[in-house]
Design a protein around this ligand. Structure first.
Ligand SMILES: NC(=O)c1ccc[n+]([C@@H]2O[C@H](COP(=O)([O-])OP(=O)(O)OC[C@H]3O[C@@H](n4cnc5c(N)ncnc54)[C@H](O)[C@@H]3O)[C@@H](O)[C@H]2O)c1
Length: 250
């Protein structure tokens, strides 16, 4: 178990894993021997028109390596359901990738509080809900030395939150999106601190810009944040630049 990069036999939940960057992360994890819950409700960029067939098809292409979960991850009980599915279907949970996001851009002076609430709920609160549901399992892993070699310690568990440079530099008309991503940076640091003592790292790969949904699928940085524990767990990096480098991001 665990292979050269530590992924063989691990179990992951990847939100927004049915397309784009999330799908590429899912495919990479499965190719390296992990099992994945593809938690994706199949919505449009603004969060409308859910389509469960998207995740079902994405997971179906990966045979036994993945299973679809099509609830709205912005609802707390959906997070608990995803964790339960990972444990029931694949026997545990080691990796959380908070990747799902929506966008509802508008200049502040044309803003809409419903749009703010929807984006913050999906892009930030959903990540908190999932970590709140998953971290007790990750802590139990450490106590049980899940996946550790004979006599070894666990020392393994990964939290990866996909952020955006909009969190650091802003972007015109992206008040809810950039604010939610900035909150996700803070949540990543807290997860690193709270989970350090049980050997779970927390990183936040950063993409430079938000482009069209299908134009980019570059899982390398996100995947390397899972397979190499390069971040100092007890001392999360202080600057955006050093943190990006630490997470294997630009
Ligand atoms: N694409 C870029 O250039 C870029 C740039 C910066 C940051 N990012 C970040 O990378 C991540 C992936 O981007 P992408 O372009 O691949 O996204 P995408 O829009 O192609 O896919 C996002 C997926 O999330 C799912 N989703 C949305 N809300 C959900 C919810 N409540 N519950 C379950 N699933 C939900 C959608 O159904 C969709 O399949 C996002 O966090 C995004 O903010 C992307």
């Amino acid at each position: 178990m665990n292979g050269a990069d530590g992924l063989e036999g691990r179990v992951a939940i990847v939100t927004g894993g049915a397309r784009g960057i999330g799908e590429a992360i899912v495919r990479t994890l499965v190719a390296r021997g992990a099992k994945v819950v593809v938690a994706d409700m199949g919505v449009a960029v603004d969060g409308s028109d859910p389509d469960p067939s998207l995740a079902q098809e994405a997971a179906g292409k990966l045979g036994g390596g993945a299973v679809a979960y099509t609830e709205d991850m912005g609802i707390p009980k959906a997070a608990a359901g995803a964790v339960a599915l990972a444990v029931e279907k694949f026997g545990g949970l080691d990796i959380i990738v908070n990747n799902a996001a929506i966008q509802r851009d508008a200049f502040l002076f044309k803003g809409n509080t419903d749009h703010w609430d929807a984006v913050v709920r999906t892009n930030l609160s959903a990540a908190y809900y999932l970590l709140a549901a998953a971290t007790p399992v990750l802590r139990e892993n450490a106590a049980a030395k899940r996946g550790a070699s004979e006599g070894g310690t666990y020392g393994w568990g990964r939290i990866v939150n996909i952020v955006s440079t909009a969190a650091f530099y802003g972007n015109y008309g992206q008040a809810p999106y950039a604010s939610a991503k900035a909150g996700l940076v803070g949540l990543t640091r807290i997860a690193a601190l709270d989970m350090a003592r049980v050997g779970v790292t927390s990183n936040r790969p950063t993409r430079r810009r938000r482009s069209t949904r299908s134009a980019c699928s570059r899982p390398r940085r996100a995947t390397s944040a899972i397979s190499s524990p390069i971040c100092a767990r007890r001392s999360p990096p202080r600057s955006a630049a050093s943190s990006s480098a630490c997470a294997g991001a630009r």
